[in-house]
Design a protein around this ligand. Structure first.
Ligand SMILES: [Fe+2]
Length: 355
């Protein structure tokens, strides 16, 4: 049983903000066993734009406020309140205790569908942590779209720890780094007996020049190898990125050679599963002991799964979905669940810690 604590963030007095309106959060990011950041997104004004003869466009002026906390206790629920809004998160356990996480992504369009996917995740039971496979918004430099994302995600994000990966539609926007308190687009963390490595697979938005893209990829690959090598004693290793090494979407096959080239690294370091998005459907492959899961069915228009590789395919379905994984000791049970609540796929991961 986890401990429970409560704190109020000092700035959380409605009058402190004056005319400001909280349009996002609060939500918890960078959650470890000892630290966390609570973030809330404030709209402090509205910009209006108008070209001659056209209608007025309104765009919110947004900023991220945050409170960073250290000295927390592992595996403990912390309730928080800021600007009159309440939420909670649980810190990462350091021991082997049961926990559950959810993967979903590509929520950038069809907001009604996005809303239904979030409702279905909550209905399945709020997870300890949420992995987002990227493409949170249609265009990461458009403030109005972020406000909409946070509105739809509010009920889920206020009661979990959120770990997003960068999608191509974020366009490597500064907002992504501000909102989710990241200095770098790749990071890793431990949760109980599992290790999570989150990559930035969106190489095209890293730099306008090839040398910049190559330099980034070499740097990230070196970090990935060091990170996975240091995590061999974890029972499970999950790698999260937006672009998958494999796809059943025929017109997209071969689009992500950098990720395909990493499959040998995933095998070498006994990665339990790669967790991806970008394709708007559900896909599950198993190759040389590594599972590859694509969950990009959070709202963006669905893609056909018209050319799955029979040698590695476990399941491919053209449907909106999320994936739920329950880790309990040496076994992790995974389920892919459709927007209607139907179980699409079900399997087990086995622990593979170094001796
Ligand atoms: Fe994408």
């Amino acid at each position: 049983m986890f401990l429970r604590a409560m704190f109020l963030i000092a700035a959380g007095c409605c009058t402190f903000f004056g005319a400001d309106k909280v349009v996002g959060g609060p939500f918890a990011v960078n959650v470890t066993s000892r630290s966390a950041s609570v973030v809330w997104i404030v709209e402090n004004d509205t910009v209006t734009l108008k070209a001659a003869g056209s209608t007025v466009i309104k765009s919110p002026a947004l900023r991220a406020e945050k409170s960073e906390m250290t000295g927390l206790q592992p595996n403990t629920r912390y309730d928080y309140e800021v600007a009159g809004l309440k939420g909670w998160f649980k810190t990462a356990p350091t021991e082997t205790v049961p926990f559950r996480f959810v993967l979903y992504g590509d929520v950038r369009t069809r907001h009604d569908v996005h809303r239904r996917v979030i409702a279905k995740i909550i209905e399945s039971g709020v997870p300890d942590l949420v992995l987002h496979s990227g493409d949170l918004v249609e265009n990461g430099i458009d403030s109005a779209l972020w406000a909409n994302f946070f509105d739809i995600e509010r009920a889920l994000l206020r009661q979990t720890a959120f770990f997003p990966s960068l999608g191509n539609h974020e366009r490597n926007s500064k907002d992504f780094y501000d909102y989710f308190q990241r200095d770098l687009p790749y990071y890793s963390f431990n949760w109980g007996n599992a290790h999570f490595t989150v990559m930035n697979s969106d190489i095209n938005n890293v730099s306008a020049v090839k040398s910049g893209r190559d330099e980034f990829w070499q740097r990230q690959t070196r970090w990935l190898e060091e990170d996975l090598a240091a995590a061999q004693k974890s029972d499970f290793r999950f790698v999260v990125a937006h672009h998958a090494p494999f796809t059943a979407v025929e017109r997209r096959q071969g689009d992500n050679p950098q990720m395909t080239a990493l499959t040998g690294t995933f095998e070498k370091y006994h990665v339990t599963a790669g967790l991806f998005g970008h394709d708007h459907n559900y896909q599950h492959y198993l190759k040389n002991g590594v599972h590859y899961v694509v969950s990009g069915g959070g709202g963006a228009p669905l893609y056909d799964v018209n050319k799955p590789d029979p040698a590695i395919t476990q399941k491919v379905v053209k449907i909106e979905n999320f994936v739920s994984v329950s880790v309990d000791g040496k076994t992790a049970k995974a389920r892919a669940i459709s927007i209607e609540g139907k179980v699409l796929d079900e399997w087990e991961f086995r622990a593979s810690a170094a001796k």
